[in-house]
Design a protein. Structure first.
Length: 214
């Protein structure tokens, strides 16, 4: 897949909207799932570089067997490691067979705008409901940590209080979101949940009553 056009688009958009606008192109057609970034403009926004790894959305795209189910997303919020808030959009790049082969993403740093909004809000004495953004990881290890935290939050109780069904639910969440595409993730996840790797993979392979993977 030739990403030349998308790289040119990334450069043009970044120049159009300035240094707060990061534009990233991910190549999902290769075999290395941990080094997907083939173009990035204004990478200082998320502290990422060429050759860095995927975000959660990228892993989900790699995990999804039916790429026709993947839909572009626009205007959702993300968060960097240093707490900056980004307004992000994701477009799936498809080949002639309509298979997803890449991702074109825009991350615009709106932190200063939100600070201004908060200042105006205090003057107007009007409360604006905050939205909790998801963090953009700098590497696959951070991404795996975030996914584990999300799986625990989804279950709603700490690991120490989880029973077998709770752990199965958390493991399936991780599998659905592509966590096990990360190298040696099985070791980290099994240790975190206090189960063996055999048990871990047995939880992944359990089928639901309708015959589909749970």
């Amino acid at each position: 897949m030739d990403f030349t056009v998308y790289k040119r688009m990334a450069k043009a958009i970044a120049e159009q909207f300035g240094e707060n606008c990061e534009v990233v192109v991910h190549d999902l057609s290769g075999g290395d799932h941990e080094k997907t970034i083939v173009a990035i403009e204004n990478g200082h926004v998320t502290h990422r570089h060429l050759g860095d790894g995927p975000s959660r959305i990228v892993l989900e795209a790699l995990q999804q067997k039916d790429s026709s189910l993947l839909e572009d997303s626009a205007g959702y919020l993300m968060k960097t490691h240093d707490g900056r808030i980004l307004k992000s959009s994701t477009i799936y790049i498809r080949d002639e067979a309509n298979e997803v082969v890449g991702i074109f993403a825009i991350n615009y740093d709106i932190t200063e705008m939100l600070m201004a909004e908060k200042a105006i809000e205090s003057l107007l004495n009007h409360k604006i409901e905050p939205k909790i953004p998801e963090r953009i990881p700098q590497n696959v290890n951070d991404l795996l940590d975030d996914l584990i935290e999300q799986s625990v939050a989804m279950v709603g109780k700490p690991v120490a209080l989880m029973n077998k069904e709770d752990k199965m639910k958390a493991i399936r969440f991780l599998n659905t979101h592509g966590a096990f595409l990360v190298t040696r993730s099985g070791d980290k996840v099994s240790k975190y949940f206090g189960i063996s790797k055999y048990t871990l993979y047995s939880y992944i392979d359990v089928k639901s009553e309708n015959g589909k993977e749970a």
